[in-house]
Every structure is written in C-alpha cells, then in structure tokens.
Design a protein around this ligand. Structure first.
Ligand code: BDR
Ligand code: CA
Length: 312
C-alpha cells in the first residue's frame, strides 16, 4: 500500500476519514496518525485518534500528538460542529493506550528523512500547523515529501467559519501559507467539492444497514452531523469534508482537479485564511497546487459503503 501519514484533528468527519483509510490496508499503509489542535484542543484530538484506531480494529497504528496552538494566531475551535469531546455524541472513554512519547513534528521529520525521498504521502485533514512547523524546523524534508493531500479552502463556495474562509485554513493561515509556498506537490479538497459529497438521508440509510462496528460509528457520526447542520441552520445534508482526502487517494477518478496558483490571506482580519485560487497562470503566478473543482458524489458514496462494509 501507499505509505501514508494522516495528520488530523478528530473531529467527526476526520473520524470517518480515518475509518475509511484504516479499512483498506492493502491500498493505504498508514504509518501513523499525527494529531493537531483544531476542532477541539490538542489533548482531545490525540485521545480521539487513539480511540478511533481501536474502533477500526487497528490499535497497532502509532498516534503522535502535535502542536497545541496555531503558529501565530489565537486558537479557533469548531466544537459547535463536533461537540465538546470532538466526537459528536459517541460515548467517549479512555483508550487502551495513549499517544507515543515522540511528538508529531519530530515524528514527521524523522520519518521523512528515514524513508526514500518521495515515498511518503501526507493526508492533512486539520489545520496545517504540524506540517508547517516541520518544514520550518527541517526545510530538507520538503523535497522528500511525496505529496500532500489536504482538506482546506474555498473558492466558489465562500467560507464555512467566516464569510470568506474555510475552517482548516482560517484556524492556521500562516501554516497554510508556508505549505503553499514550500514547493510540495499539493492537492487541495476545498468546500467546492466537499459540499458536493454530502451524507443525504438516503445515503445515511445505506450506511446504517451495514452492521460492523466502524460502519455503526460512522453512521452515528453522520446522524449527529445531520442534526447539527439543522440546529445551526446551515441547511442541507452534512458534507463529508475530510473523507474526500482519503477518497481521492483511493479513487482519484472520482474528482476533477485543476492546476492553480494558491495564495493564502494571512493579514486581513476580515478575510483571514481566505484561499485565493487563481487559474490564470503566468510568470508571477506559477502553479503551486491542484484544486478540486468537481466530484462524482454517487461514486464517492459507493466507495464509502464498500470500505465501511469491510470493517471488523
Ligand atoms: C474542516 O473543518 C473541520 O471542522 C472539519 O473537520 C474539516 O476538516 C471543514 O471545513
Ligand atoms: Ca478536520
């Protein structure tokens, strides 16, 4: 399988993404889960990742806890979407085993140096703080990263945490800026596509029909998100943001990508974390990312059901 590190802030949709990734060991060789403060605080996202590996029947996968704060700005939580624990209404106990002693940034640097250049892919489904910190402290790892596939940003859709910014980028715009300028091969799943991959009632009913533990947990989380969307008045069924990253890795044909010049707003208080996605490339605007513009959402849900159906 593809050597993969999943860097996340679970998080209801991060959890679904993890369950999908951990269901396909022959395709994705998950070396570790690294966690970051985001949707909820850093202690909680690390604990949640430890719980999710157990739910997935993969307690062997190491979890490395990462940065507790964004690089520059003050932390922004999203517990209004994810619940106070970060895991919706799942009953949350203590995991059998906690995170490793080694922090996420040290783990990233050590692993990227040890593995052949270009071998390791990073799936980032939270604020990009860990990766940016790793690139800052060890710039030599940049060219060693195979690819970064991240959930973040918005172009046509407007924002989901402010009028013009998507949460992951808004929560650490300086980190996203470092990653965008780093020269890594960057694929971005923004709201333009994640708002197409929604857990409609019919799709949730399909998943509710799968009886193994990971599918039951995914089903409960999607139901929680559906209720939350109604309570918050956002309208429509819940988008599966973070799962899009894993789906693209497994089935890139489900998505349409376009080369772009990506720039991140890091100064304006009004538009902080806005992603300026420019398709008119030129000398001053070389392509530095690929931006997802469209998704086959029925195909995506067939794959989600297939993956959840394999669970223990
Ligand atoms: C992103 O923000 C978080 O709340 C979700 O987990 C997802 O990564 C969507 O904007
Ligand atoms: Ca997330």
């Amino acid at each position: 399988g593809l050597p993969l590190i999943i860097d996340c802030d679970p998080g209801v949709d991060d959890t679904v993404a993890l369950l999908l990734a951990l269901a396909a060991p022959e395709r994705l060789d998950v070396l570790a889960i690294t966690t970051v403060a985001g949707n909820v605080g850093g202690d909680l996202t690390a604990r949640n990742a430890c719980l999710v590996r157990e739910i997935a029947g993969r307690p062997d996968i190491p979890v490395h806890a990462g940065e507790a704060r964004p690089l520059v700005r003050a932390p922004v939580a999203a517990d209004h979407f994810h619940g106070p624990t970060g895991l919706g209404d799942l009953p949350v106990g203590q995991p059998l085993r906690g995170p490793e002693e080694e922090g996420a940034v040290d783990f990233l640097v050590r692993t990227l140096r040890a593995r052949p250049a270009g071998e390791v892919t990073l799936a980032v489904t939270g604020p990009m703080t860990n990766l940016a910190r790793a690139l800052q402290t060890a710039p030599d790892i940049g060219p060693r990263i195979g690819r970064v596939v991240a959930m973040g940003g918005a172009r046509r859709e407007g924002g989901n945490i402010t009028a013009s910014a998507e949460y992951n980028i808004h929560a650490d715009p300086h980190a996203a800026d470092i990653v965008a300028r780093s020269g890594v091969d960057l694929v971005l799943m923004g709201l333009d596509v994640t708002h197409q991959v929604t857990a409609t009632e019919a799709r949730r009913a399909r998943i509710a029909g799968i009886t193994n533990t990971p599918a039951k947990v995914a089903s409960q989380l999607m139901a929680f998100s559906a209720r939350t969307e109604v309570e918050l008045g956002t309208g429509g069924p819940p988008p599966l943001h973070d799962p899009c990253v894993i789906l693209w890795l497994l089935a890139p044909h489900l998505f349409t990508l376009r080369d772009c010049h990506l720039a991140i707003e890091t100064e304006s208080p009004l538009t902080l974390g806005h992603t300026a996605v420019e398709f008119r490339l030129g000398e001053q605007r070389a392509a530095n990312a690929r931006w997802a513009t469209g998704a086959d959402s029925d195909g995506a849900f067939d794959l989600i059901c297939d993956l959840l159906g394999r669970g223990a």
